[in-house]
Write a new protein. Structure first.
Lengths: 194, 112
């Protein structure tokens, strides 16, 4: 659920009258949302492709989407962002042997990368599993890399508060898994297989 | 393992300064996916595990509630430690669901 406004997410939750932890709510300022649509971010593409407007006071959203309908989506920004972001995970000393959040973050970076790749390849997939599957199927030369990073999803769910999520291995001391994920994402970022 | 909190963790702060400079240049608010957030969640994971020896490793509301219980049970904690735990509660219950936590929909993920 995406809401545009300047209030804190907690206020939106209060107004919605729910404390449902499974509800994923994103609150954005109107300026930020407008910027995304004007820049042609993949977020804006996703909203445009699959979003459903539930409430649009004064038709602001409809006008904003219409005014930016000719903006060409640019997956390059996501790929550049991912390239910068993974640098933080090359220095393992900062995690003190506790790699839950590093693995979770690497999963979400990888997910952003594969979604960007599907856009670059001309067939956008925004679903969590679908994007991994699409890239794996379409580009068999990186299937192993895609499958390895996709397998980190339980760490992401666990870090997101899913205490009952069963992890495939103990994240404590899992330096090899972190290093491998960084290598795999860097391989996907080379995009010479597209 | 280098100690209770890894000194190298504070490198995230240096990187956050770069984020802040970029944000200042763009005149827009800092997103939760910034290095600050990464510092924060990893700091608390190390803090709860290595300092409080508690099985709390996320900033979810559920873990924050458990941190609140811990705070009540452990009466001998220093003011500084109690302040840090209170900070977690504040973060979890007021600010964590901003959508910038790595969600594939997050503008922070997609935006340049």
């Amino acid at each position: 659920l995406i809401a545009t406004g300047d209030a804190r997410p907690s206020r939106f939750y209060k107004r919605l009258g729910t404390n449902d932890d499974t509800l994923s709510l994103m609150v954005q300022s109107p300026e930020r949302f407008a910027e995304a649509t004007e820049l042609g971010t993949l977020f804006a593409l996703h909203v445009r492709a699959e979003g459903r407007v539930l409430f649009d006071r004064g038709q602001w959203l409809a006008r904003q989407l219409a005014a930016t309908s000719d903006v060409v989506p640019n997956p390059g920004w996501t790929l550049e962002w991912a390239e910068r972001e993974i640098q933080r995970y090359k220095d393992l000393a900062r995690f003190n042997g506790i790699f839950l959040h590093a693995l979770a973050r690497l999963y979400s970076i990888a997910r952003a990368v594969v979604i960007a790749l599907t856009v670059e390849a001309g067939k956008p997939e925004f679903g969590k599993d679908q994007a991994f599957q699409a890239v794996s199927k379409r580009f068999p030369q990186v299937r192993a890399e895609v499958e390895r990073v996709a397998a980190l999803r339980p760490f992401h769910e666990r870090a997101d508060g899913g205490r009952d999520v069963r992890l495939p291995f103990d994240h404590h001391g899992a330096t090899g898994a972190v290093q491998q994920a960084v290598i795999d994402i860097e391989r996907l970022l080379q995009d010479d297989f597209l | 393992v280098t100690g209770r909190i890894a000194p190298a963790l504070f490198d995230f702060i240096d990187e956050a300064q770069d984020d802040l400079r970029a944000v200042a240049a763009l005149a827009r608010p800092l997103q939760a996916t910034s290095a600050i957030r990464q510092f924060y969640i990893n700091f608390y994971a190390q803090f709860f595990e290595n300092v409080l020896k508690a099985d709390i490793d996320t900033l979810s509301q559920r873990d924050a509630a458990r941190a609140g219980v811990l705070l009540k049970r452990k009466s001998g904690l220093s003011t500084e430690v109690r302040t840090l735990v209170h900070d977690v509660l504040e973060f979890a219950f007021r600010g964590c669901r901003s959508g910038g936590c790595g969600c594939p929909c997050g503008v922070a993920v997609w935006a340049p």
